[in-house]
Design a protein around this ligand. Structure first.
Ligand SMILES: *Cc1c(COP(=O)(O)O)cnc(C)c1O
Length: 427
């Protein structure tokens, strides 16, 4: 593990503007921060001026074993010397081994590999359609404030009006009800319903954790009504909460929860440690619904992507990074809660599990009144000034989704920087 960050370049060149100029040729679908990142090492990244940032955003829960991890580099180099891509017309060993790893970490079932979270979710939508098809059932119920990717079906499933705006009409067959509200879910089920899809912890929606009773209630509801229970674990999965899946962490020590298992799970973000990859797992009972010719992808499960994902799995398990996510996450959460009680005028609440944390800013922070921009964006800009990356979620929440091998010292540095940002706002 590379711990020592490289020296910033001797000559500080300010070429942010030059890079921004190149972005005249990029579709402007993102409101980007005024930062141009050049490289990273472990939990740190460096911008093109040589300034160092502690990265508690992790590329939005992606870089789960840090930046420029030499073991990922080695896996990429070795596998790319053998073969990068061959297509899903043939077998390749890394794909088979990775599927076995995921099944072993989870439960008997089968895995489909794709390239992103949106594609993993799309696979779940098709699975649900196929499941309900012969009975004329097609509807999938999702939750308010959810996020399920940017494809047309993904935005239709997503419970946030802002992602749908301008793209209507939506794909039919999606309905949303408030999250963590079992009665609302029960009431929404119709004869056309085939499945329920929720996140274990809503990420983009501002770090909202499913209640244990909610998960258990959804399982019961799906069993009674013959529906698929599908979990979008794209952000909350892959050991981030201290267990492979967030529902395992949420249901720890909950009576009668040991046998809990969803019917399908979408994965992406951390699975490739930065190499683009997605997957979905489906339990054995439904694993053959998507039979030959019903679903596919050119790039999904290439030997290269799978070799990297296998290495990521191996490092996480060998270095007990789930345990680190749990302990370092617990330290961070306790410290954020301390800041919330010390500065209630700035930090309202702290939410999350393991290294998937969020803090909600208090309403009406005077220092933010002068600008039209969302408080979350303004706060993150303050963090950038101080050398810390974090990710806004909506207008009020700041998310921390650092690498799972974040050290205690780095976590302490993060807390100091957040506290310094708060102090600046109150000065
Ligand atoms: C990020 C995310 C997606 C979409 O993943 P992409 O790789 O951006 O397509 C879907 N669901 C959840 C819960 C996510 O956090």
């Amino acid at each position: 593990m590379r711990e020592i960050a490289p020296e910033p370049p001797a000559v500080v060149r300010n070429d942010v503007a030059a890079i921004q100029e190149l972005y005249k040729n990029v579709v402007p679908s993102y409101a980007r921060f005024d930062l141009a990142i050049s490289h990273g090492a472990g939990s740190y990244v460096f911008d093109v001026t040589g300034k160092r940032y502690l990265d508690l955003g992790g590329g939005i829960a992606v870089c789960c074993i840090g930046h420029a991890n030499p073991e990922i580099t080695e896996a990429l180099v070795q596998q790319s010397k053998k073969i990068v891509h061959i297509s899903n017309l043939y077998y390749n060993e890394p794909q088979g081994r990775l599927a076995r790893e995921i099944v072993n970490a989870l439960a008997p079932g089968k895995v489909f590999f794709c390239n992103s979270g949106a594609e993993a979710d799309e696979g779940l939508f098709k699975l649900a359609r196929k499941f309900g098809h012969d009975e004329g059932r097609f509807e999938i119920i999702t939750a308010t404030n959810s996020f399920h990717g940017r494809t047309l079906a993904g935005i239709s499933a997503t419970g946030q009006p802002k992602v749908k705006k301008g793209f209507e009409p939506m794909v039919q067959g999606f309905r949303e009800v408030p999250y963590n509200d079992l009665d609302a879910m029960r009431a929404a089920i119709s004869p056309a319903t085939a499945a329920i899809l929720v996140e274990g912890i809503q990420g983009e929606g501002g770090i909202n954790v499913a209640a244990p009773e909610y998960l258990l209630g959804l399982r019961q509801l799906c069993d009674e009504q013959k529906l698929l229970l599908m979990i979008d674990a794209v952000q909350c999965g892959h050991f981030r909460t201290g267990r492979f899946q967030s529902f395992q962490r949420i249901l720890e020590n909950v009576p009668h929860a040991q046998g809990f298992l969803p019917d399908a799970i979408a994965m992406a973000k951390s699975i490739g440690g930065g190499f683009p990859m997605g997957a979905f797992w489906v339990r054995n009972k439904y694993a053959d619904l998507l039979s030959a010719g019903t679903h596919g992808t050119t790039f999904g499960g290439t030997p290269l992507a799978c070799a990297v994902a296998l290495k990521v799995m191996e490092v996480i398990q060998r270095d007990k990074l789930a345990d680190n996510a749990r302990s370092t996450g617990s330290y961070l959460k306790t410290e954020l809660e301390r800041l919330a009680s010390k500065f209630p005028d700035i930090v309202k609440t702290v939410r999350g599990l393991g290294l998937l944390l969020g803090f909600e800013l208090a309403p009406g922070i005077p220092a933010f009144a002068k600008s039209e921009r969302a408080p979350s964006i303004q706060f993150v800009n303050k963090l950038h000034e101080l050398g810390l990356l974090a990710i806004p979620a909506g207008n009020q929440v700041i998310r921390l989704l650092p690498p799972l091998n974040l050290s205690r010292r780095e976590a302490e540095e993060g807390v100091q920087l957040i506290e310094a940002a708060i102090a600046k706002l109150r000065a």
